[in-house]
Design a protein around this ligand. Structure first.
Ligand code: FES
Ligand code: FES
Length: 151
C-alpha cells in the first residue's frame, strides 16, 4: 500500500492503495465517482474513458501510480452543470439507449473536440472507433459530435 495524492476534477484527493491498482477502481470504489464504468477491463471497450491532462485514456489500464500528479477529469467533472457542449448535444439528440457506455463515449468525444474542433466524418470514426456501444447508438453519437462541434 502507498498514499497517493490525486488531482481529480479540480480537487486534491488522497487514497491509500496498492500502486498497481487501476485508477478506475480508485475512482469507483475509493472515491465513489461511479460515473466511469467498467466494461471489459482490458482496454477494448472504452466504457472507462477519463481524461488525463486532457487526453482520453482507459482508466482500467492506468495504474494509480501513473495517474498521480496529473490532472484527472471524470464525467462528473467534465462540466459544472452537465452543460458541456457534448453533453448538451447528447441530450438534444437523445443519444443514449441503456446508457452504460455513454460516459466513456462523451469523454472520448470531448477530448476529440478539444484537439480537433471541426472533425471530419473520418476523424470522428477514427477517434471513436474503440468505444463500443452494445445498443448500437453509433449514428446518433456521430450526429451529436457534429452538433457539438458546430455549437
Ligand atoms: S473497461 Fe476499460 S476499456 Fe473496457
Ligand atoms: S447505450 Fe447501451 S451500451 Fe451504449
Amino acid at each position: 500500500m502507498a498514499t497517493f495524492t490525486l488531482k481529480i476534477n479540480g480537487t486534491e484527493r488522497q487514497v491509500d492503495v496498492d500502486p498497481s491498482t487501476p485508477i478506475l477502481w480508485v475512482l469507483r470504489d475509493h472515491l465513489k465517482l461511479t460515473g466511469t464504468k467498467y466494461g471489459c477491463g482490458i482496454a477494448q471497450c472504452g466504457a472507462c474513458t477519463i481524461h488525463l491532462n486532457g487526453n482520453a485514456v482507459r482508466s482500467c489500464q492506468l495504474p494509480v501510480s501513473a495517474a498521480a500528479d496529473n490532472e484527472i477529469t471524470t464525467i462528473e467533472g467534465l462540466s459544472e452543470n452537465g452543460d458541456h457542449p457534448v453533453q448538451q448535444a447528447w441530450l438534444e439528440l437523445d443519444v443514449p439507449q441503456c446508457g452504460y457506455c455513454q460516459a466513456g463515449q462523451i469523454m472520448n468525444a470531448a477530448a476529440l473536440l478539444e484537439r480537433n474542433p471541426s472533425p471530419s466524418d473520418e476523424d470522428i470514426e477514427s477517434a471513436m472507433n474503440g468505444n463500443i456501444c452494445r445498443c448500437g447508438t453509433y449514428i446518433r453519437i456521430k450526429k451529436a459530435i457534429k452538433k457539438a462541434a458546430n455549437a
